[in-house]
Write a protein that binds this ligand. Structure first.
Ligand code: C2E
Ligand code: CA
Ligand code: CA
Ligand code: CA
Length: 280
């Protein structure tokens, strides 16, 4: 089935069909997706509140399946993790995102789109050679490491000791790390004392999703105090309305991401906005 999804495209959503069969098929096809050049990257702005000025972008992976059309990453990333092909795909994402970041850095210098956030999966992070691979990609692409932010999930860090070690080592080497989807895992706030990170991404369910009721608002307000105390930055995800942005700013948030400020778009659109001072 095709269902209207988070983006402008029609998503193929395996959840609506014969799940096991579809999953097996997608897993097979995914192994070929890289070779067949079916993967591509979009970039979503991360902005300052209240100005809406862009301070960075998050890199979001897309898969255009030859028959099914666009498959949502919420569907194919978990499959790629299960089969292990995420390690190879993740390497491709990192390499291509860094190459793009380097191009922006050279072309636009200070006006470049700021920090480039890249999602790193649990499997990738726990791979023995991951840190060395990051270093290799950094030196080959020439991207400045201070321009990158690696997004990892709490479950990733909790699942494997190796992942935790990788986070520590990346930060020692001057890379910045964000804890993604914060609040959705089983972890407690004490995780942040064990795994120091630079940025907390407060999950969209507390901002605009089903949990964005009174309890969501309380969580959102407490987390900002917490991050301030730990000298971390907080990014509110999934900001869709002016009202949400106003409330977040009032609660102390200075960074946000969401459809209100911009959807994920191809690099060329980010580039066009850079060249148009009115849009910057
Ligand atoms: P995520 O890392 O939490 O990424 C944010 C998701 O929220 C993106 O979904 C984005 O399009 C969506 N989003 C942004 N603003 C809004 C908003 O205002 N409202 C709503 N409802 N949604 C918004 P997307 O692109 O479908 O990605 C889904 C997930 O797939 C990501 O969640 C991430 O966990 C995973 N993913 C995407 N790209 C990669 C990648 O390169 N590597 C890995 N390992 N995972 C990825
Ligand atoms: Ca993310
Ligand atoms: Ca997130
Ligand atoms: Ca997510």
């Amino acid at each position: 089935a095709k269902a209207a999804g988070g983006d402008r495209w029609q998503w193929f959503d395996a959840a609506l069909d014969d799940q096991a069969g579809e999953a097996a098929r997608l897993t097979d096809d995914l192994a070929q997706a890289l070779l067949r050049d079916e993967l591509f990257l979009l970039y979503q702005p991360i902005v300052e509140l209240p100005s809406g000025r862009r301070t960075g972008v998050e890199v979001l992976l897309r898969w255009r399946h030859p028959e099914l059309g666009l498959v949502a990453p919420d569907v194919f990333v978990p499959l790629a993790e299960r089969s292990g092909v995420i390690v190879e795909i993740g390497r491709w994402v990192l390499e291509n995102a860094c190459r793009q970041a380097a191009v922006w850095q050279h072309r636009h210098g200070e006006r470049a789109p700021g920090k480039v956030s890249i999602n790193v999966s649990a499997r990738q992070l726990a791979e023995p050679g991951f840190v060395a691979e990051v270093e290799d990609i950094l030196s080959r692409t020439g991207v400045d490491r201070t321009r990158l932010l690696l997004e990892v999930t709490e479950t990733a860090v909790l699942e494997a000791g190796a992942a935790l070690e990788a986070v520590r080592e990346l930060r020692e080497r001057g890379l910045r790390v964000a804890l993604d989807d914060f609040g959705t895992g089983q972890s407690s706030l004490s995780l942040l004392l064990t795994v120091p990170v630079d940025v907390l991404k407060v999950d969209k369910s507390f901002v605009s999703g089903a949990a964005a009721d009174q309890a969501g608002a309380v969580i959102v307000e407490h987390l900002i105090g917490f991050t301030n105390g730990l000298r971390m930055e907080a990014v509110a995800e999934g900001v869709e309305t002016e009202d949400q942005a106003r409330r977040l700013h009032a609660a102390g948030y200075s960074l946000a991401q969401g459809y209100l400020f911009g959807r994920p778009v191809p690099a060329a659109e980010i580039e066009a906005a850079l060249l148009d001072p009115a849009a910057a």
